[in-house]
Design a binder for this molecule. Structure first.
Ligand code: VGL
Ligand code: ZN
Length: 198
């Protein structure tokens, strides 16, 4: 079974000093680089928002970061402005072995919808194209690592399992935002979807 490593959003804005810093987001980089040697394919995802994106609190009058609002596709957490296309914050962590990537999937580029998952936008129906890429390369087994455990890693892992891939999340090579119990909920949701938590 062909095995791919999918590295989720290891970008400056999710690391200490970034706009949406995940605690210890940078400590996983060397372990992720080492794991690239064990995979037959390496895929990176990159959160890639236009300025004024609808997931930014600054785009909604009177709203504050980390508030939840109702969008037409469901509830949406509002974030500080982050990962703006072409900015230093959107760049990969400088130590990540980006040259090893076979494929880089950008997501969150449509102004009116967020995209946590590497497979579908937050409406759970608009595809990113990653499923087709994996299937045409006969990749069936996925290991996921990166940021953040409870948002983009979680949504990607659950979607991958629902699509029938054999999915392991290496939680030692992930770090979480943990908003109001979101990490515990994500672990439960991933386990219920059949994701192996390594
Ligand atoms: C993410 C919040 C907003 C993530 C991306 O990579 O987990 N979280 N955008
Ligand atoms: Zn984002």
């Amino acid at each position: 079974m062909t095995h791919a490593l999918i590295v989720i959003d290891v970008q400056n804005d999710f690391c200490p000093g970034g706009a949406l810093a995940v605690p210890e987001g940078d400590v996983i980089v060397s372990g992720i680089n080492a794991l690239m040697n064990e995979a037959e394919a390496v895929i990176l995802t990159q959160d890639w928002h236009p300025g004024g994106h609808s997931s930014f609190a600054s785009s909604h009058a009177g709203a504050s970061p980390y508030e939840v609002i109702d969008m037409d596709y469901g509830p949406q957490v509002l974030w500080p402005d982050h990962c703006i296309q072409g900015s230093d914050g959107a760049a990969f962590h400088p130590d990540l072995h980006v040259d090893r990537a076979d494929m880089i999937v950008r997501k969150g580029y449509r102004p009116a919808i967020d995209s946590y998952s590497a497979f579908f936008e937050n409406d759970h129906t608009t595809p990113t194209g990653l499923e087709g890429y994996l299937r045409t390369r006969s990749i069936e087994r996925l290991t996921l690592v990166g940021l953040a455990t409870d948002f983009c890693v979680n949504f990607s892992a659950v979607d991958a399992a629902k699509l029938g891939f054999d999915v392991t999340v290496r939680t030692d090579l992930c770090r979480a935002i943990d908003l109001d119990g979101s990490l515990a909920a994500a672990r439960d949701g991933m386990a219920a979807a059949g994701v192996k938590l390594g």
